[in-house]
Every structure is written in structure tokens, then in C-alpha cells.
Ligand binder design. Structure first.
Ligand code: SF4
Length: 478
């Protein structure tokens, strides 16, 4: 699972995590933000940063690496103030550099602004060109700078109005945390594709990509920020505004499958329970006669436990994860993937030798990791491997802030189920249906499930979609 994942798995790559506190001159704010980001580390491991408003200025520190590597006691001591904005970032090849680390901090006529963004704009390229033609100079290659640029240009003394205008110009997925000199602002795009929650600790109000960060710092989850909502926290308390655009509530379904931490709650639903239920439904859709159920740790574990319970087959740890592989292997380079897989997981021979095994994973993207794991299981002496996947075949790329390969690399987009079974070398294969997945999560809600159906909640500009379908390795920015 993405929780603590530090080696590239054959999966969609995590996005980014955003976090911010309005604590009204709380001296411990940078430390709480540090712990909040620590809890969101699974959403991005390549760079991170914290900006703090002192009431006069915005001070910040950011760097390449994990939260624990970038911040020290001394650095946190220098970040004193009452409003914070933090970010953890997963970037893509060519984009992993310090200038793209967030929060972005900009100065403009109405003050300073720190901005942390999770998501991706689908019209970023045309907006960037247009703004450059009008004289804007960009210092980074992240979409977030376009949002910061638009807000600062459109601000005529009322930042909420500027944000509303900017939201009518940008298209795509964004969960944003903004800190100004006196305000903390949380924003979700009108489709609500990326999550953002609101929490409370004493008198402090907090935004976080996921509620697991609230648990870590002893805060309580109040509610999710709504699609299209702008929540402003300042000395007058909390005010909520909505952009005047159609709102669809299309939360990314992959949050439930893989991205979010299992102790997070989104839309009032616990991620672990949803994954476990997905495993139960997977068994009802694709039963297997087997001696033991094992998972690809940690991503498939919750669903594997659900499957095992529904099947009445014991669950065991058949694959053991090395949790202490250094971050050398977080570099998103194709050449490192194989080394990463080999170092990451070992087979517990005593558990699987001579057994019929059900192997459960959350999703299959290229199929590379599973192929290698199946080979390892065969070498360890399994008699049968029945692969069960707790989501449908991934058949389309994502444009909304998730690093996905091109369509031609997606095994589910190019091969029939029988061909996938053959390619992966398993005795049987069963994917959870989209209906089954939605039943596990909650039928009453809407989702973006475009990577399974191709039905995108936002029109994708033709040039972008051509790129994604043709390029060898398409990466989106976050
Ligand atoms: S396309 Fe897939 S990964 Fe991207 S936002 Fe939609 S559901 Fe999530």
C-alpha cells in the first residue's frame, strides 16, 4: 500500500499531500505541521516544505527528501507564527527538483501568499502560454504556480473574489491550502477530485489531505471541504464560500483503492473498512479453491483479509516486506524498478510451499511487479497461484495529478483477461467489477473512475490526450 511506500511499486504513483493550521500565534504550529506532514508522507516522498505566517511575513523552508530529512529542530524553531501551510510532493522524471518543491511562496501587491497544491490542471499548458505572453515569468514548471499567478493578478483587495475568478479559469483537479499574512484558506475544485478535510484541535482549525494527520496530532475531523468550496479561517472564525460553477462531486475512486491511508476517513467512510469489504465482494465475484490467502503488502492486505474471511480460508503473511530500504529507490526511474521489487519483498517459503495460494493486490498497472512475485512464489514451491485484484482493470491514464504510464503500457488496456493471466503466469485471475468496487465504498456517492471507464469528469484537451496515448512514459505534474 502507499502507506510508507518508498520503492516504486507497479501502481499509480501517489500524488501530493497538503496540510495547514490556523493557530492564532501558536508557537508550536510548525512542529504540529511537521507531524501532520509526517502522517501524509505516503502521498509524496520527494520533497516537502512548511511556510508559516508571522503576521507580517511568510517564512518558509523546503527541501528534497522525506519530512524527517528536510526538517530539524533548529529549522522548526525558525518557523514561528500563527498560520502554517505544508506540502509533501511526489514528482515525476525531470520534475524532481527543489524549485518545484512546495509550498510556493509569492509576494504581490496585496501581501504574501503561500500555496500548497494537490492535483493537476488539464489546461495548464495553454494558461501558462497565455500568461507568459502577457508578461508573466514562471520560476517553476508546476501547475500550482499558474494558480498562484492568477490569484495574485486577480486580487483587487478581496482574495476570495480573486480565488473565485481563478477557479473559473483553471480546469482540473486541485485541493489547495493557502496561507496569507492573516488567513488560512482551503479550496477544492468543483468536481472534488482530490480530497481535503477540515479538522479542529482546541481553538486551531486545520486542513489536511487526509484525516489520518488529524489523529496524529490529536485533532478531530470536522468534515470534508465540499467540491467548489472555499473555506476561509481568520480572526473572525470560519467562513465558507462557493464558486459559481456546476459542482459534481467526483472524488478519485483510487483514494479508496490505494492512495489514502487505511486509517483515514473520507466522506465519512473509513478506508480500511472499504478495502476489506472490497475483498469480501471480490471473493463473491471470483471464488477460488485454495489453502491460504496472502497479499502483496501492504497494498493488498486489507482486501486479502476480507477475501480470506469471506472464503473461510486462512490469511497468512506469505510475502514479507523490507521496510528499511533507503530512499535511493524512490527515484522514479524505469531502470531502478526491477532492483526495487527484488529488494522489497521476500517469500516466506514455510507459508506457501506446496500450497494453493490466493494472492491479492489492490490494482495492476503494467503487471511487472506481479510477474516477478509470481516467479518468486513458484520458486518457493507453491502448487497454484490464483491472483485476485480488488479493483477493475486499469484501462485509461489519469490527467488529474496521478502519475500513470501511457495507455500502451497498461496491461489491462491491451490484453484480454486470459492473455493477462498467461502473461502474469498465474493459474487464475479475477478482477473486482466496478459495481463491486462501488458497492464496497458506498453506492450513494459519485466518483471519478475514469481510469477504469475512460469517462473523465472534465473534458481533456486533445493535445494532452494524444500525448498520454502516444508517449512512452507520460507523467503528469503534481
Ligand atoms: S482517472 Fe483514476 S486515478 Fe485519476 S482521478 Fe480519476 S479515478 Fe483517480
Amino acid at each position: 500500500m502507499c502507506n510508507g511506500e518508498i520503492i516504486p511499486k507497479d501502481s499509480f504513483k501517489d500524488e501530493c499531500g497538503v496540510f495547514g493550521i490556523y493557530g492564532d500565534q501558536d508557537p508550536g504550529i510548525s512542529r504540529l505541521t511537521y507531524y501532520g506532514l509526517y502522517a501524509l508522507q505516503h502521498r509524496g516522498q520527494e520533497s516537502c516544505g512548511i511556510a508559516v505566517s508571522t503576521g507580517k511575513n511568510i517564512e518558509f523552508h523546503k527541501g528534497m527528501g522525506l519530512v524527517a530529512e528536510v526538517f530539524s529542530d533548529e529549522i522548526l524553531e525558525t518557523l514561528q507564527g500563527g498560520i502554517s501551510c505544508g506540502h509533501v510532493r511526489y514528482s515525476t522524471s525531470g520534475q524532481s527538483n527543489i524549485s518545484n518543491a512546495q509550498p510556493l511562496v509569492v509576494k504581490y501587491w496585496n501581501g504574501n501568499l503561500a500555496l500548497a497544491h494537490n492535483g493537476n490542471l488539464v489546461n495548464a499548458e495553454e494558461l501558462r502560454k497565455e500568461l507568459e505572453r502577457e508578461g508573466a515569468i514562471f520560476q517553476t514548471s508546476v501547475d500550482s504556480e499558474i494558480i498562484a499567478n492568477l490569484i495574485s493578478r486577480l486580487d483587487q483587495g478581496n482574495i476570495v473574489e480573486a480565488i473565485k475568478k481563478a477557479m473559473k479559469i483553471v480546469k482540473g483537479a486541485y485541493a489547495l491550502v493557502l496561507a496569507t499574512r492573516t488567513q488560512l484558506i482551503g479550496i477544492r475544485d468543483p468536481n472534488g477530485i482530490r480530497p481535503l478535510s477540515l479538522g479542529k484541535k482546541g481553538n486551531s482549525l486545520i486542513f489536511s489531505s487526509e484525516s489520518c494527520a488529524f489523529n496524529t496530532i490529536g485533532a478531530q475531523l470536522l468534515r470534508d471541504v465540499e467540491p467548489g468550496e472555499i473555506v476561509v479561517v481568520d480572526e473572525d472564525g470560519l467562513q465558507s464560500y462557493f464558486v459559481d460553477l456546476p459542482r459534481k462531486d467526483k472524488l478519485c475512486i483510487f483514494e479508496y483503492i490505494y492512495f489514502a491511508r487505511s486509517d483515514s476517513n473520507i466522506r465519512g467512510k473509513n478506508i480500511y473498512m472499504a478495502r476489506r469489504r472490497a475483498g469480501e465482494i471480490l471473493f463473491s465475484e471470483h471464488p477460488a479453491k485454495a489453502d491460504v490467502v496472502i497479499s502483496v503488502p501492504d497494498s493488498g492486505t486489507s482486501a486479502a483479509m476480507g477475501y480470506a474471511q469471506a472464503a473461510g480460508i486462512p490469511f497468512a503473511e506469505g510475502l514479507v516486506k523490507n521496510r528499511y530500504v533507503g530512499r535511493t529507490f524512490i527515484q522514479p526511474k524505469q531502470s531502478m524498478r526491477k532492483i526495487g521489487v527484488a529488494l522489497k519483498l521476500n517469500v516466506l517459503e514455510n507459508i506457501v510451499r506446496g500450497k494453493r495460494v490466493v494472492l491479492v493486490d489492490d490494482s495492476i498497472v503494467r503487471g511487472t511487479t506481479i510477474t516477478e512475485l509470481v516467479e518468486k512464489l513458484r520458486i518457493a514451491g507453491v502448487s497454484e497461484v490464483h491472483l485476485r485484484v480488488s479493483s477493475p482493470p486499469v484501462t485509461y491514464p489519469c490527467y488529474f495529478g496521478i502519475d500513470t504510464p501511457s495507455k500502451k503500457e497498461l496491461v489491462g488496456a491491451n490484453l484480454s483477461i486470459n492473455e493477462i493471466q498467461k502473461k502474469l503466469g498465474v493459474d487464475s485471475i479475477g478482477y473486482l467489477s466496478l459495481q463491486g468496487l462501488i458497492e464496497a465504498i458506498g453506492k450513494e456517492d459519485n466518483y471519478c473512475e475514469a481510469c477504469f471507464s475512460g469517462s473523465y469528469p472534465i473534458d481533456i484537451p486533445k493535445e494532452r490526450s494524444k500525448m498520454a496515448f502516444a508517449k512512452e512514459d507520460f507523467h503528469v505534474e503534481i
